[in-house]
Design a protein around this ligand. Structure first.
Ligand SMILES: C[S@@+](CC[C@H](N)C(=O)[O-])C[C@H]1O[C@@H](n2cnc3c(N)ncnc32)[C@H](O)[C@@H]1O
Ligand SMILES: CC(C)=CCC/C(C)=C/COP(=O)(O)OP(=O)(O)O
Ligand SMILES: [Mg+2]
Length: 291
């Protein structure tokens, strides 16, 4: 699919497979929102996903206190890291000699966490050269670049050998691709008996069609949110059998309600809060066995 390459100071960048992927690469190359960078600065784990769990109001203290905003940022970051830990909890048994794949790895925060937990290799793919450079720089700073590597690569067309990967995941990155193409690729590189996990936002088929809030989220991020039904159908068609499905919607609402009160709001908070409350949108984890 990718025939041409561009050479930069650090690496050969494959040409985007489609004009859409070129636009998405550009979007993430230019992204520098304080809500992501200031949260990442708390402990050096940079995430591009949302949070789960109860807000620790005792840790936040008095909103009138001069340190409150700093504590609020640390609390939002704690909830985002808790989300990544929850995803890693579902990867199954992983040995230090194993390889994991983070499909749509962003700045690589989840990859560092996975390596710290399992001691294994973690390979990340992103469309964005800026993100891959960022993740590789962090891995070098942490002296784990022999185990944790990001590259610019289309997650639908990866270089990983057939049956070579113990577990793989998409953390809030499935809404940029066709699910049949995506699960066919995971199924190809996963070992039989391997594990696939996603945490994602999906529209609820019980609502009928994507609500106006879901359409707003799509426009905001230039993405295409799929329905819950579509996930299960595309998995079934690609030898991925769901083992665990968790509706995380009630667990992510406190994160959004807290974020909406912060100085780092981006304007998309209302769409998430309203769609989670009216039931048109759900935040879910799906863990599936490669059979
Ligand atoms: C919202 S971010 C999630 C980042 C990361 N999973 C995390 O939890 O921090 C979406 C990511 O998906 C990546 N992405 C979107 N389409 C992709 C594709 N076709 N191939 C590889 N990465 C893709 C983007 O480059 C970006 O890194
Ligand atoms: C659950 C859904 C539908 C997610 C869409 C994908 C996405 C952009 C996730 C968060 O990225 P981010 O951390 O860069 O976003 P923000 O700047 O809003 O924190
Ligand atoms: Mg964010």
């Amino acid at each position: 699919m990718t025939t041409e390459t561009t050479t930069t100071a650090t690496a050969k960048i494959p040409a985007p497979a489609t004009p859409y992927q070129r636009d998405i690469a550009q979007y993430w190359n230019n992204e520098a929102r304080p809500v992501n960078l200031r949260l990442g600065d708390v402990d050096g784990l940079y995430h591009h996903h949302y949070g789960i769990g109860a807000v620790d109001h005792a840790a936040l203290g008095d909103p009138a206190h001069s340190e409150y905003e700093k504590k609020l940022i640390a609390e939002l970051h704690r909830l985002e890291s808790a989300q990544a830990e929850f995803l890693l909890d579902h990867l199954g048994t992983v040995q230090p000699g194993d390889t994991l794949v983070d499909a749509g790895c962003g700045r690589g925060g989840s990859m560092v966490m996975a390596h710290r937990r399992f001691g294994c290799k973690v390979e990340g793919v992103t469309l964005s050269a800026t993100q891959a450079d960022f993740g590789n720089r962090r891995a070098r700073e942490l002296r784990i670049d022999d185990h944790v590597r990001s590259r610019v690569c289309n997650m639908l067309d990866t270089p990983f050998d057939k049956g070579s990967v113990t577990a793989s995941w998409n953390n809030e990155s499935t809404m940029y691709v066709d699910l049949h193409d995506l699960f066919a690729e995971h199924s190809r590189f996963l070992k039989v008996g391997g594990r696939y996990v996603t945490i994602t936002g999906c529209w609820n088929p019980r609502y009928g069609q994507p609500s106006k809030w879901v359409s707003q989220i799509n426009a905001h991020f230039e993405c295409n949110i799929h329905s819950r039904r579509e996930y299960l159908r595309a998995m079934a068609d690609n030898r991925l059998v769901p083992q665990t499905i968790v509706d995380l919607t009630p667990d992510t609402l406190p994160y959004w309600e807290l974020r909406a009160t912060s100085s780092l709001v981006t304007g998309i908070e209302k769409a998430f809060i309203e769609s989670y409350r009216d039931g048109s949108f759900q935040y879910v984890l799906i863990a599936a066995d490669r059979v």
